[in-house]
Write a protein that binds this ligand. Sequence first.
Ligand code: ADP
Ligand code: MG
Length: 254
Amino acid sequence: MQGGNGRDGGPIVVLDGVEKDYPLGKTTVHALRGVDLKLERGEFTVLAGPSGSGKTTVLNLIGCVDTATRGRVLVAGKDTKKMGETDRTKLRLDTLGFIFQSFNLIPVLDIYQNVEFPLLLQKGISKAERHKRVNDLIDRVGLRQHVKQRPGELSGGQRQRVAIARALVTRPAIILADEPTANLDSATGKQILDLMREMNKADNTTFLFSTHDAQVMTYAQRVVRIADGKIVDQGAALPPAAPNPHADLAATAH
Ligand code: ADP
Ligand code: MG
């Protein structure tokens, strides 16, 4: 069945010969120079590259925040350029979740309200269902004691937990996270990556996050490397976990 949040069938993201030019005064910046990329559902992938290599541009194109100059961007099987603005907005709301380096929470809303916010933009979700989903995620990211607080009263790591809950509350097929740990110390950053990975495994939600930090890259299941607007290494999704070797031993032992 074709669900509204793009969770079924085929790769979740396909970039095909994608180029992006930005006009800059009288010149042009070639931010992306022919990017091909395929993300399967359930992947936990990092887009790794130095500052200025094109990471944010790739995430913005997948997130339908911007459009490619040339080439195709497919999300959940749909060509984002051929969609009308209404469908694009719906895709952003139903299929995509976003996590930002600077958290981007709404300062006047408390934590509960911040997590609830995207659900209020979706149609047909009852108050009871909203309540259930928001509370479930607040528990899962470990912020139960902080529901009534506002973002300004929380640490960076706690704010990023709120952002993770907010991104997941609509049950999107893919979460895009642009340098989600860049404003955190390394221990807190690791906790955030562990939490993202936990959510990835529990719900099979696809994650694509970017970083320029070599340490952060090691947490990904697949490392896609970008340099000067080109993918220089596609990485490889890890094969499914091997069967428990002890089970094998037990089976062959006499
Ligand atoms: P990264 O996220 O890896 O640091 P970006 O995707 O932000 O890289 O940028 C890629 C290149 O495109 C850089 O050279 C950057 O200066 C340029 N660029 C990004 N956005 C714009 C813009 N709006 N106008 C002009 N140039 C831009
Ligand atoms: Mg960037």
